[in-house]
Design a protein around this ligand. Structure first.
Ligand code: 5GP
Ligand code: MG
Length: 187
């Protein structure tokens, strides 16, 4: 275990079992209908890579980035950057995939934006869900795990750009994160 990690919450085997379960739900929902996975960078790249390989449906992959600035007086300021081109969005069925659903602002803003750009359908899938922290009403259509109100890293999730490569999800030692997740978080 990494020296900065306090406790492992989800190990590799458990993560893969959760990913399998979500992949089965998604496969059953689309029933062979083509769709596009829109992976929210950077945090969801690890989960998205494991997830898509467990879905046998025809699908395409696109990316979007969302950075939040949480230390300002007005919370929830989001900087959205779309890598999908207009024809990857307009009229398409999209599955928006993020690493963690926290206040819900990121997923909610992204879903609205994609619908406003003409997506036919926007479903949502998150690796982790922290319902205790929700600030806007939002539920994901699919989620692998619910997690307690702790700042977690690993399996794509970072703290100041680090720890994304840990193969498990763990909580950071308080001495390391001091104040997260209220510090600026770049998804
Ligand atoms: P929301 O808009 O739902 O508040 O925030 C979602 C984003 O905040 C996630 O995509 C992630 O970048 C960041 N975030 C929220 N909670 C955590 C956490 O416990 N650990 C890490 N690494 N990032 C988090
Ligand atoms: Mg993120």
């Amino acid at each position: 275990m990494h020296q900065d990690v306090e406790r492992i919450l989800f190990g590799e085997a458990q993560i893969l079992a959760g990913t399998d379960r979500v992949a089965e739900e998604i496969t059953a929902y689309y029933r062979g209908r083509p769709f596009t996975v829109v992976s929210v960078l950077k945090g969801s790249c690890v989960f998205s890579a494991d997830l898509i390989r467990r879905i046998p449906n025809p699908l395409q992959l696109a990316f979007v980035s969302a950075s939040s600035y949480r230390d300002g007086a007005v919370g929830g300021e989001l900087d959205l950057r779309f890598f999908p081109t207009e024809n990857e969005i307009a009229g398409q069925s999209l599955l928006l995939v993020d690493d963690i659903l926290d206040t819900g602002r990121t997923m909610s803003a992204l879903r609205e934006d994609l619908l406003a750009r003409g997506a036919a359908e926007v479903r949502t899938c998150v690796f982790l869900d922290k319902p205790a922290r929700r600030a806007v009403e939002f539920e994901a259509d699919h989620r692998a795990f619910e997690v307690e109100d702790l700042f977690v890293v690993g399996y794509g999730l970072d703290y100041r750009g680090h720890y994304r490569n840990l193969p498990y999800v763990g909580s950071l030692k308080a001495s390391v994160h001091a104040g997260a997740p209220t510090s600026p978080s770049h998804a």
